[in-house]
Design a protein around this ligand. Structure first.
Ligand code: AMP
Length: 205
């Protein structure tokens, strides 16, 4: 949704990795164990996927990264992929307290065929859970179980959260309250982009 509004391609490392696992490609076979246990896939693998994807023509005017970078090393690899000063960065952190996150994720389902994701709120009251795009019965992601979720949260707090300070210090970080409805979160994200662009235009950053 945000990608369409800004006319940028959305690149989700999680989606790319899940597709590789579904197709059992060499990358998918290497990533699967890490993903199913809630650990991060090694930086070298993920960095290579992103670098390769960013070389494509549709990224020339800009792109949205979803779920990347997740470690300080990944952020360094991203910057190193561009000539000095060429990469203009806006980072949006969507913040949700852990217990709300766990509840939402426990209710989330996705289509094993086309990958479309259904939030707990979009499914409530729905009898049979089938994909409205392709009719395939929906499933729960293997890493959305309570046990794996606990590990993913620990990994987030240990390895990913330090990126907030890293980007905040550089004035590139905007925080959005993700505890609200999808449309409210969506509007706040677009507001953040607007203030970032205004700041750029007036040279206040
Ligand atoms: P996500 O869909 O973003 O929640 O990602 C699902 C899983 O894919 C994560 O728990 C990791 O195992 C792996 N993954 C996705 N993005 C990254 C990344 N940037 N670095 C390392 N592992 C990742």
């Amino acid at each position: 949704m945000v990608g369409a509004a800004l006319k940028f391609p959305v690149i989700s490392t999680g989606d790319i990795l899940r597709e590789a696992v579904r197709n059992q490609t060499p990358l998918g076979r290497q990533a699967q164990g890490y993903m199913e246990s809630g650990a991060l896939v090694p930086d070298s693998l993920v960095d290579a996927i992103v670098k390769d994807r960013l070389r494509r023509e549709d990224c020339a005017a800009g792109f949205i990264l979803d779920g990347y970078p997740r470690t300080i090393r990944q952020s360094e690899s991203l910057e190193a992929a561009f000539p000095e000063g060429e990469l203009e960065t806006l980072v949006i952190g969507i913040v949700v307290v852990d217990d709300v996150l766990i509840r939402r994720i426990a209710g989330r389902r996705s289509c094993p065929k086309c990958g479309k994701v259904y939030s707990d709120s979009s499914l409530s009251g729905q009898g049979e859970m089938k994909c409205d795009e392709c009719g395939t019965p929906l499933v729960q992601r293997k890493d959305d179980t309570a046990e794996v979720m606990k590990e993913r949260l620990e990994v987030y707090h240990r390895q990913t959260r330090p990126l907030i300070d890293h980007y905040r210090k550089r004035g590139w970080y905007f925080e959005v309250d993700g505890g609200r409805s999808v449309s409210e979160v969506y509007s706040s994200i677009l507001e953040s982009v607007k203030s970032y662009r205004e700041r750029k235009a007036t040279g206040t950053n």
